[in-house]
Design a protein around this ligand. Sequence first.
Ligand SMILES: O=C(O)Cn1ncc2ncnc(NCCc3cnc(NC(=O)Nc4cccc(Cl)c4)s3)c21
Length: 274
Amino acid sequence: SRKCPTREWHLSDFDMGRPLGKGKFGRVYMVRTKSAPKYILALKTLYKSEIVQSKVEKQIRREIEIQQNLRHPNVLRLYGYFHDSKRIFLMLEFAGKGELYKQLSKHGCFSEKRSSRYIDQMADALMYLHGKHVIHRDIKPENLLLGINGELKIGDFGWSVHAPGNRRMTLCGTLDYLPPEMVEGREHNEKVDYWALGVLTYEFLIGNPPFEDRSSVNNTYRRIAKVDLKFPPTISVEVKDLISKLLQYDPGRRLALSAVLHHPWIVKYRSKIS
Ligand SMILES: O=C(O)Cn1ncc2ncnc(NCCc3cnc(NC(=O)Nc4cccc(Cl)c4)s3)c21
C-alpha cells in the first residue's frame, strides 16, 4: 500500500471524549480528531515514569513497531503514537462494543455458537499474525475487544514478539493461559498461541480457564505441566475434541490453525452470509 506519510500528532489535535477503561499503565479515552475528517479513536495514555519503573519501554517499542504494520479485521489497529514530557499516547482503533471479558463476566459463559464464531475469528487473526512471524503470547479475554458489529478484535500486543522467542517473562497477571513450555521457561514458538486458543475456547464455554486453581499459583503450574484437563458434562463432544487437540503438551502435536478453521465445531456455526 502507498506509504501515507505519518504526520506528527499532538494532544491538541483531539477533542477528549469519555474514559473507556483504566488499564495498569494508564487510562484509555474515546477521542475525536478536531480537524476534518473527524476520526473517532481510542487514546491510551501511558505514563513514562511507570514505563521506566516497570522496565517495559522495550516492550512498548516492540508493540508499536509490530502493531503499526498489522492490517486485519480481527486485529485492533494501532494508527500511531506521540508523546509529551510525561506520557506516551497510543492512537488505537476504537472498539465500539468494548472489552470482551466484561461480556464474559456478565453472562458467566458464552453459547457454543457465540464461542465458535469468536474462535473462528481468533484462528483467522492468529494465522495472519503467524504468517508475519508475530506471536501474540498474551491471548486472554482481557486482551480481546469487540467492534461495533460484535466482531472480535485482538488488542494489546504488549507481550508480542517476532518468533521464535524465549525471553524470560516477568510473569505478571494470570498464568492460566501459559503453555507448559513457557511455565517451564523453555524455548517457545508461535504454538504457544495454539495452546492459548484452546484455553480461551474452554473459558468461553465454561466461564473459567481449565487449569485454574484460585488457591495456589503453584497448583496452576502443576496442572498446566500435567495437562490436567477435565471437562464438565455440559459441553459438546465436538468442542471437547477441538480443545483436546489444542491443549497438547507437545507443541508439535497441537492442531494447526488451518485445521481449526476446518474443524466441524467451527464450520457448523460459521455465518452463512460471509
Ligand atoms: O480496553 C479498554 O480499556 C477499553 N476500550 N474500550 C473500547 C476500546 N477501544 C480500543 N481500545 C480500548 N482499550 C485499549 C486496548 C489496548 C490496545 N493496545 C494496548 N496496548 C497496551 O496497553 N500496551 C502496553 C501498555 C503498557 C505496557 C506495555 Cl508492555 C504495553 S491497550 C478500548
